[in-house]
Design a protein around this ligand. Sequence first.
Ligand code: GLY
Ligand code: MN
Length: 474
Amino acid sequence: MSYRRPTGRRKGLYDGVTDELAALMRTGWADSQQLDLAPEAQAPYAAARRDALSARFPGERLVIPAGTLKIRSNDDLYAFRPSSAYTHLTGDQTPDAALVLNPMPEGGHEPVAYLLPRSSRENGEFWLNAATGELWVGRRHALEEAEQLLGLPCRDIGNLVDDLTTSSVPTRLHQGHDAALDQRLGTDPDRDTELGEFLAELRLIKDPWEIEQLRFACTATTRGFEDAARDLTTAIATSERWIEGTFNRRARLEGNGVGYGTICAAGPHATIMHWVRNDGPVRPGELLLLDAGVETNDLYTADVTRTLPISGRFSPLQRDIYDAVHEAQEAGMAAVGPGARYRDFHEAAQRVLAAHLVDWGFLDGPADRVYELGLQRRFTMAGTGHMLGLDVHDCAQARTATYVDCELEPGMVLTVEPGLYFQQDDLTVPAEFRGIGVRIEDDLLVTPTGHVNLSATLPRTSTEVESWMAALTD
Ligand code: GLY
Ligand code: MN
């Protein structure tokens, strides 16, 4: 673990703490213990997820670390984001923690969340340790409080290594989140990989609580796009940075923040898939591709893209390209439903784009040949979508058979996001196409009868986009 309980007075800046000051700091603090806390709404769902994990690995100890604090520069830390598997199984978001499922002789597992306890007043940690001391970073829940909130036994993280090493139970570790634990426990990469795959696959089908999270993420994201569209005049006077700031403020206000780096790409930057520098000009007459998602306080993210005409109206060529992408998205969305193959929506959308590229004369047809050879990918670049949830590209460690080769099931949430990207230096297309990028991305929940578009409140057709922008800026 990265956390080490301070053993004495801290060196450096804190040299010179006198015994008198240490004594003064130790006492005179009110007891703030909170009793009778109600369990978090997610607690029963997290318990059901742990039960599924327990059933998959009988008789084995499972260790799922939250992850550790990371230095950004000198003593400044990145904002902490727990591993998605850890928060999925506990509802907790604290750093330097771990969930352990201990196999029981009678079958099943007993879960224990190992957490950082409240700062000690005795050894001065609360005011001498700037990384974890509560006087520096804010109050944590006492272990007894966390037990009530999370609905599972909690223990001091300081006991973790001893608890794991004093008995020789076969153990699997979710590797890649805590370097010290990886080194100590990660002895069987294949078995640990199996655990990682299962943890990802456990998130393929969202439970009702998760679906509400994603609904809210999409609703808040809609408000962020409205803010951004209203701010285009200021963006023209400044840069892409303004729109990034506008969306990110909404995300911070309504949730934890953004679920991934906001892509705010004006003009030719829209042809760069993950343009997150966001430092370019916003010019009238060009397009602005905004790919952004609000992440809820419980860390579920939306992932939505709209491509907006900066002046409020598409030029005829921009509209042609936009409408081709919209047609592809319609075809892709029509292929999303229970029993459809995951690959179907990708194929449906890509075939439409291939046909347009042939019609425009950029690829030699027929379109079926173009699709079979994948030639359209010069202009479509990425896949047409992905699973969505705690991670923007959720369940990425799942096996091919359960994800890419799966049949869709109710409760899955995925993006459908076709795009066309004509690079500025692409000599195979006419000059007027160069530097134009369009993507339309929505978040779909697979239902027993088809799908629901969770981001449907944002306009999708070129005409609807124009009317929406006009209404917002009236
Ligand atoms: N919206 C970011 C991505 O899907 O890669
Ligand atoms: Mn996406």
